[in-house]
Write a protein that binds this ligand. Structure first.
Ligand SMILES: NC(=O)c1ccc[n+]([C@@H]2O[C@H](COP(=O)([O-])OP(=O)(O)OC[C@H]3O[C@@H](n4cnc5c(N)ncnc54)[C@H](O)[C@@H]3O)[C@@H](O)[C@H]2O)c1
Length: 387
């Protein structure tokens, strides 16, 4: 089987290296605009690696690469997603991506076309969204009734050398915090006020993460969980992430000054997007490799009834940043994301996903995926919290 990897940045590298360990995978094609990056990652993979310096905006070259592949892993920025998916329909290539940007509905709208083409698209399949949605689905299957599903992420890391840092793309992180978060509240899809203290609380993450203040932010799960997991009485579905006060302070100022925009502005004889400029002042995820110390936790909390009694169960994955660096040379979030996505690819390679169409993580049988997570270095755990 030939797997095409579009984008071999921090996350793409982890996916490609893990997918290459599967016997059924004969070639991993490493395609990136950065030829040096392609060479670096190829050197770590060995004989299965095929080097393909490629700018994905070159549609003819991209079409040729897709036509040669059985499956494509899209580890680029989400604005490329739907364009690549449409090309997959032409070339007969199954597909995976890890985030939805604003075009989540556009991707899901291709469901029927993928089904008719006999292809599978695994969409929004990183750690969160991705494993977090699978955890929610797994708990949903266990419970008799589910009133509430909440994704709760926390990171207690210290960062060497940077006062303010985001563990993934700083521009995306600022956008997610500054935007009005969608939430499923009392059975109605609602847009909340961003960065509101009313939508923030302290949550006791399992050890060794501990108690952290979490904030409601704009994330795919708040939309996906009510769309696919509403059948057992769901009334509330939300996403919360722990953010430190320095980062919140930065986003408040940036948002107030309307610098959280990707629309280019003219200033001082130059033209630039303010958000890109702000993000350029912060470390990139790759700059943080080896500099984060602590643990990151991603999980889903289900509240409802089990065996006729009230129940609250949290299913989660914890990664140590130092261990992630030792194994793959990345920080914990890149490791969790890459391995979670790789498990979804391997699940497809091994034939556990027979269904065709555009499949959000909630639509996939959770068990084979959860087994693979345990085997590939991102084991999950479950804890029952006081009801
Ligand atoms: N769901 C999750 O849990 C989660 C978490 C983190 C990141 N992500 C997703 O993973 C994606 C990748 O993250 P990352 O940290 O690896 O980013 P990154 O910036 O390290 O990697 C992106 C790669 O794309 C390449 N690229 C950019 N433009 C290109 C083009 N025109 N043609 C070919 N290659 C091009 C870059 O050279 C780079 O190597 C993110 O954009 C995000 O969507 C998802």
């Amino acid at each position: 089987m030939r797997i095409l990897h579009l984008g071999v940045g921090a996350v793409g590298e982890v996916i490609a290296r893990t997918v290459a360990t599967e016997d059924a995978v004969t070639n991993v094609v490493l395609a990136d605009i950065d030829a040096q990056r392609v060479a670096e990652v190829a050197g770590k993979i060995g004989s299965k690696a095929v080097r393909l310096p490629l700018d994905v905006t070159d549609t003819a070259a991209l079409r040729r690469a897709l036509a040669d592949a059985d499956f494509v892993v899209n580890a680029l920025v989400p604005r490329f997603n739907t364009g690549i998916m449409r090309l997959c329909l032409e070339t007969g290539t199954s597909y995976l991506d890890m985030a939805g940007d604003n075009d989540m509905d556009d991707e899901i709208a291709l469901d029927e076309q993928f089904r008719q083409a006999g292809l599978t698209a695994l969409v929004f399949f990183g750690i969160d969204p991705g494993a977090s949605d699978v955890f929610a689905r797994c708990l949903y299957d266990q419970f008799d009734t589910v009133e509430s599903l909440t994704v709760l992420d926390g990171d207690n890391a210290t960062v060497d050398g940077y006062e303010i840092a985001a563990s993934f793309s700083p521009a995306t992180m600022i956008e997610e915090v500054a935007a009005s978060p969608p939430g499923f509240v009392d059975g109605v899809m609602t847009e909340r006020e961003s960065m509101s203290a009313a939508n923030s609380f302290e949550f006791d993450f399992p050890a060794p993460v501990g108690r952290l203040r979490v904030w409601n932010t704009d994330h795919e799960e708040s939309v996906l969980m009510p769309r696919y997991l509403a059948g057992k009485g769901l009334r509330n579905a939300n996403f919360f992430i722990a953010l430190d006060e320095r980062f919140m302070e930065l986003v408040r100022v940036v948002h107030t000054l309307r610098l959280d925009s990707r629309q280019p502005i003219e200033f001082g004889g130059g033209r630039f997007a303010p958000l890109d400029f702000i993000a350029s002042r912060l470390p990139r995820a790759v700059d943080l490799a080896g500099k984060m110390h602590g643990h990151v936790c991603v999980g889903a909390l289900a509240e409802g009834t089990l065996g006729g009694k009230p129940a609250r169960r949290y299913m989660y994955q914890v990664t140590a940043h130092d261990q992630a660096f030792a194994h793959m040379g990345v920080q914990g979030t890149g490791y969790q994301t890459g391995l979670s996505a790789a498990c979804a690819v391997i699940m497809w390679v091994q034939g556990h996903v027979q269904e065709k169409g555009v499949l959000a993580p909630e639509r996939v049988d959770p068990q084979p995926y959860l087994d693979l997570m345990g085997r590939h270095g991102v084991p999950w755990q479950v804890v029952d919290l006081p009801a």
